[in-house]
Design a protein around this ligand. Structure first.
Ligand code: SAH
Ligand code: SF4
Ligand code: F3S
Length: 494
């Protein structure tokens, strides 16, 4: 139901839209095209890359043929995701040749998790690649590009995450112009969990949290620039343990409470969380904070204790059920989402039946599901009893049918409700605006364009396959201007 730009959407990579701030205009402007695959961390990083390149005279473009520099920000989570990069590089080669015929050059860079995992191997397999840069080195892009211009092939995959975060906060101190109403903010990177199927601890490194001060400063900047909803990001976001000014260590719950005090930030979200790191303070933040949206992505991966153990998830299905009960007690209205892997090594019919049973008991608002993919270097790849592809496909189809039914039921239960909707952008048809419900569902409605950026009370009148259809409640205040008090209409559920 959501447009979560996660790994499962790697089939529809999106070019990052032209940077809305800090762009140096001039006759020498060069163009950069960034294509983003994978999770929201990559979306955030792609924006940071264009920010870093703006003072160098680069302007973002949506048109690859027009680009002096093409960057693929890649994902390594499953085999298909990684292979996609190489087929895209094949297409880029043709564009580069075409530009060369017109006397124009094109530099090609590969960033992200494939860059980190495969390093030099990339330019060996795809000689048009000039630059390979891992996720912790984007602040070095200008220097790396000047090496490329001097005729070198460059590979930079060091882990220097503190330098990256320092750069991010330096950026936060610069004035910014108007930004879209919903934005991501990375608070934590990397992962220490080492689930046996997953590449992330290898591509993103150990868990590191940004300081409270850096995050608050960036969030305040965002609010001043018109951002109304911030999604805090981390591969393991609820493992957040950032240092405050007085040296104390804050968890995610405390950080959310602090961010909820920022004027103009009406909505907070966070993703992705691990069940083991859902502590009481975070659960109670869902009860206490009106701005913390009633949606939680809490992947469980499997409903079988045997498989959870061999995945190294470090909790049982019963512990997960108890956790869900506590969360629902604190926030009865919460929509739960998750990730599932089918066909992990040694998954029997009974193990799969346990997963289906877990899904029936929890009742998700939405979920993402994947066939297990063997990733080089992870323990799962060499485990015995790999599950045949046809069995994986059959299980995935069965699981997705169950989830899809739950999602439809959840969406249908919103019919007739009045809820707050953040109006985010123009829709496909004239006069149509697309917004987001508190439960992360897209909501389409007819509204004036100047209401984009405001939060409005909307009645949900129809349910589509991927979105809800709503109508503005008459007589409410226009709170497009940040800082104006927000009127709540009667029947407002959130
Ligand atoms: N940090 C998050 C997950 C990040 S990866 C968490 O702990 O839940 C996003 C999702 O991709 C995972 O939740 C998992 O469902 C899926 N995934 C990761 N590795 C995979 C693999 N080797 N094969 C199939 N799916 C995988
Ligand atoms: Fe991967 Fe597990 Fe870490 Fe999530 S918690 S990023 S699935 S290793
Ligand atoms: Fe993919 Fe890396 Fe994100 S592997 S899911 S882009 S952390």
């Amino acid at each position: 139901m959501t447009s979560r730009p996660e790994a499962e959407q790697e089939t529809t990579p999106s070019a990052v839209s032209p940077a809305q701030d800090q762009t140096v205009k001039g006759t020498n402007t060069r163009k950069v095209f960034v294509r983003t695959y994978g999770c929201q961390m990559n979306v955030y990083d792609s924006e940071r890359m264009t920010d870093v390149l703006a003072p160098e005279g680069f302007e973002a473009t949506d048109d690859m043929e027009d680009a002096d520099l093409v960057i693929l920000n890649t994902c390594h989570i499953r085999e298909k995701a990684a292979e996609k990069v190489y087929s895209e590089l094949g297409r880029i080669r043709k564009v580069k040749q075409e530009r060369a015929r017109h006397g124009k050059d094109m530099m090609v860079g590969v960033a992200g998790c494939v860059a980190q995992a495969e390093g030099e191997e990339i330019s060996r397999r795809a000689p048009i690649v000039d630059l390979v840069v891992g996720p912790q080195s984007y602040h070095q892009l200008p220097g790396l590009l000047s090496k490329v211009r001097n005729g070198n092939k460059v590979v930079e995959t060091e882990f220097d995450i503190d330098a990256k975060f320092d750069h991010l906060s330096a950026r936060a101190e610069r004035p910014v112009m108007k930004r879209p109403p919903a934005a991501f903010l990375t608070v934590q990177e990397g992962c220490d969990k080492f689930c046996t199927f997953c590449v992330v601890p290898y591509t993103r490194g150990a868990e590191v949290s940004r300081s409270v001060e850096q995050i608050v400063a960036e969030a305040e900047r965002m609010a001043a620039a018109g951002v109304r909803e911030v999604t805090l990001l981390g591969q393991n976001v609820n493992a957040y343990h950032g240092e405050a000014k007085d040296g104390s260590i804050w968890g995610l719950g405390r950080l959310l409470r602090r961010l909820a005090d920022i004027d103009g930030l009406d909505r907070l979200r966070y993703t992705t969380s691990h069940p083991r790191d859902m502590d009481d303070d975070l659960i109670l933040a869902h009860r206490d904070l009106k701005s913390l949206m009633p949606y939680l992505h809490l992947p469980v991966q499997s409903g079988s204790d045997k498989i959870l153990k061999s995945m190294n998830r470090r909790h049982t299905r019963d512990e997960y059920f108890r956790l869900i009960d506590r969360i629902r007690e604190a926030a009865p209205d919460i929509a739960l989402s998750g990730d599932f892997i089918v066909g992990f090594p040694d998954e029997t019919d009974q193990d799969f039946a346990d997963t289906m049973d877990l899904i029936r008991r929890v009742e998700y608002g939405s979920a993402f599901s994947f066939k297990y993919s063997q990733r080089p270097g992870t323990p799962g790849a060499t485990m015995d009893n790999q599950v045949p592809e046809d069995v994986k496909s059959a299980r995935l189809a069965e699981l997705q049918a169950l989830i899809s039914g739950q999602q439809k039921a959840f969406n249908a239960s919103r019919r007739g409700m009045v809820c707050d909707v953040l109006l985010e952008k123009k829709g496909r048809n004239p006069g149509q605006i697309v917004g987001k419900s508190p439960w992360l569902q897209p909501v389409q409605l007819d509204a004036a364009e100047d209401l984009i950026g405001s939060i409005q009370a909307v009645e949900i009148v129809e349910i589509g396959s991927n979105s809800l259809f709503g109508q503005l409640i008459a007589g409410q205040d226009d709170h497009a201007n940040p800082g104006l008090p927000r009127l709540r209409s009667k029947g407002d559920v959130i």
